[in-house]
Design a protein around this ligand. Structure first.
Ligand SMILES: Cc1ncc(COP(=O)(O)O)c(C=O)c1O
Length: 397
């Protein structure tokens, strides 16, 4: 017999030691596991969804119709083309204005990121990424690399992003991959064309790889691809979860020159391909993008303006980055002496789902709340009413 993590006596079962140390997703107050918490958020249909950077602004449009048609036609009886439908490959390349590149369709950018780390990294290699950032990328890299450097970027000096200067300071002879999350989850910072060119130079000079995660690209005012300047040294990570609003059907891609994508095909797990319904939705999404993209971008932008106007009137909190080039932003709470976790727990009781910093930072997790805003404006207004009251209730006198 032994004692489990809930202090209960249970029969001891012998299992191999855990292969990778996975950072524990801590459940919020009142939930036994993180999964129970996410299940609660899913079941609670009244919840205002600002805790995941998903997009709730699509109406019944071509994406929705294409997936319904696919189900009606029972296409799901068959396996799809295992590397993705060629039409989808072509549409993605057209969307990015890239030529002479290969595409592999994955079950989301998350899978694409794992495939890249698995196919590129050797045990002696190092990886450079940043904190705050999308931590699972580093966790995947840790499975295959010697070391992952999380460069601290939560400060004005570097404009809250991993700059070419910071990369040069942290690079060494074992560096194999630089991860650029652009726009950055959680802060919404993005890169100028000059910065992108400089990253491309660094990759070519050192013969190393850029993993350019462009999951939030379409929310940005302007966006540039390292694949244009360092095509042989870039793997571009693409997602259908955000601007296309398809997070739940799990589809994404990775784009690169043919030999790099061939290497990725060597390490796939999803050998029988990705959900047919999702692929049909993705094809429709790419084809119909000009019809809906302005509405989604403009509404998101107006929503973040409303949040900014509200924050400006609340003492001791501030937005480190405004405007954000993604569909989320960070609210710094340190001046009010409020821990981010206390704020997110408080708001959850008001049926507003937000994210405390520790989901995207090991170093600054208490400092900030992340809120996403590609949701209906009426819901943003509810948040704007509740947040100032939350600060007054929780602030350290
Ligand atoms: C930077 C970044 N990359 C990838 C993902 C995951 O995307 P997907 O849903 O396509 O797996 C996220 C999700 O939040 C993200 O923030």
């Amino acid at each position: 017999m032994t004692v489990d993590k809930n202090n209960e006596t249970v029969e001891k079962i012998n299992v191999p030691e855990q292969k990778y140390k996975k950072s524990q997703k801590l459940p919020p107050e009142g939930f036994k596991t993180a999964n129970d918490f996410f299940n609660y958020t899913f079941e609670n249909k009244n919840l205002i969804w600002m805790g995941q950077n998903t997009n709730h602004l699509h109406h019944e449009d071509d994406i929705n119709n294409a997936m319904i048609e696919s189900i009606k036609n029972k296409e799901y009886c068959k396996y799809p083309a295992p590397e993705g439908f060629p039409e989808l490959h072509e549409l993605i390349l057209k969307d990015l204005d890239l030529e002479n590149m290969s595409v592999y369709i994955s079950a989301g950018a998350t899978e694409s990121l794992h495939l890249c780390m698995h196919s590129l990294l050797e045990p002696e290699d190092n990886v450079i990424t940043c904190d705050p950032g999308y931590l699972i990328i580093g966790a995947f890299a840790e499975r295959f690399a010697h070391e992952v450097k999380y460069v601290p970027i939560y400060n004005k000096e570097c404009n809250y992003k991993l700059t070419p200067k910071l990369v040069r300071e942290n690079i060494d002879e074992n560096t194999k991959i630089i991860v650029l999350i652009d726009p950055l989850n959680p802060l919404g910072t993005s890169y100028t064309e000059e910065e992108i060119k400089e990253f491309a130079e660094i990759a070519i000079e050192n013969d190393i790889y850029l993993i350019h995660d462009i999951t939030y690209r379409d929310f940005a005012r302007e966006h540039f691809l390292t694949a244009k300047y360092a095509p042989k040294h870039t793997l571009t990570i693409y997602s259908f979860s955000k601007i296309y609003g398809m997070a739940g059907v799990r589809i994404g891609a990775v784009i690169g020159v043919e030999p790099l994508i061939d290497n990725i095909k060597n390490v796939v797990v999803n050998d029988l391909g990705v959900n047919i319904i999702a692929q049909e939705g993705a094809i429709a999404g790419l084809k119909s993008k000009p019809e809906w993209i302005d509405y989604i971008k403009n509404t998101s932008f107006e929503n973040q303006k409303l949040i900014k106007e509200m924050i400006d009137k609340v003492d001791d909190v501030f937005l480190p980055v405004y405007p954000s080039d993604a569909n989320m932003m960070v609210i710094d709470l340190t001046g009010a002496g409020i821990k981010a976790k206390d704020m997110s727990n408080y708001l959850l009781k008001k049926d507003i789902f937000t994210r405390e910093g520790n989901y995207t930072s090991k170093l600054y997790g208490d400092n900030y709340l992340r809120v996403s805003f590609s949701i209906p404006t009426e819901e943003i207004k509810v948040f704007c009413e509740e947040f100032p009251k939350a600060v007054e209730t929780l602030r350290k006198k």
